[in-house]
Write a protein that binds this ligand. Sequence first.
Ligand SMILES: NC(=O)c1ccc[n+]([C@@H]2O[C@H](COP(=O)([O-])OP(=O)(O)OC[C@H]3O[C@@H](n4cnc5c(N)ncnc54)[C@H](OP(=O)(O)O)[C@@H]3O)[C@@H](O)[C@H]2O)c1
Length: 196
Amino acid sequence: MENSRNAMQRKPIRPIAAICNNMGMGKDGKVPWSLPAEFKFFIDTITGVTRPGRMNILVWGRLCWHSFPEALLPLPNALHVVLSNTLKAAPDHAHFLCQDFESAVRLASEPPLADLVETIWVIGGARVYVDTLKHPWCDLLYLTDVMADFDCDVFFPEFDREIFKVQERFPGIPSEIQEENGIKYKFQVFKRIRDA
Ligand SMILES: NC(=O)c1ccc[n+]([C@@H]2O[C@H](COP(=O)([O-])OP(=O)(O)OC[C@H]3O[C@@H](n4cnc5c(N)ncnc54)[C@H](OP(=O)(O)O)[C@@H]3O)[C@@H](O)[C@H]2O)c1
C-alpha cells in the first residue's frame, strides 16, 4: 500500500463531525439536534480553500449523502464522492461514486484531480470515519463537542487521544463555549501527534 501511495500527491485527510455526550452523532438517519451556527461552521470549513479555483473532495457514506439537504447543493469549491457498494452510479448532485475509502483518496491524489484538490474532508458516517482515522494522511480531526445527552443510533468511533491530541487553541476556531437553542457546545480540533 505504501509503495502505491508514493506515486500519489499527499493530501490532508480530515474527518469532521459533531458528537454529543456518549459520542452519538445520529438518530433515524438525521442529526439529533438543531445548531444552525454549528452547521454554518461545518459548511464554511468543508468549502474553505486558500485560492480561487481550488477544490476540496468531500467523502460521504451513502446515508449521509441522502440525509443532506438537497436545497444546499451544489456547495462551492466541493467535489462530492459517495461511497457505496450497492449504488450503480453517483447519485444526483454527486460527482463520483467509489466502492471504498482508499479509492476516494486515490481519486483526489492522482491526475487529473491532484493539482486541483486541497483537502479531503470526510463527512461520515461511522464506517468511513474508522477508515479515515487509521489513514496515515489524516492529520486533523474536527469534532464539535455537543455538551448534552441525545438518543442516538449511530456513534463516532472511539479513537486514541494520545495519537490525536485536542488543541487548546487552533487558528480560526473559537475556543470559548458556544450556546444555541439552550444547548452548549465547543468546537474542537484534534491534531495527530504521532503515527498509530
Ligand atoms: N453529527 C454529525 O456530525 C454526523 C456526521 C455524519 C453522520 N451523521 C449521522 O450519521 C448517520 C449516517 O451515518 P451511518 O454511519 O449510519 O451511514 P453512512 O456511512 O452515511 O452510510 C452507510 C452506507 O454508506 C456506504 N459506505 C459507508 N462507508 C463505506 C466505506 N468505507 N466503503 C464503502 N461503502 C461505504 C455503504 O453503502 P452501501 O450499503 O450502498 O454499500 C453503507 O451501507 C445519520 O444519522 C447522520 O445524520 C452525523
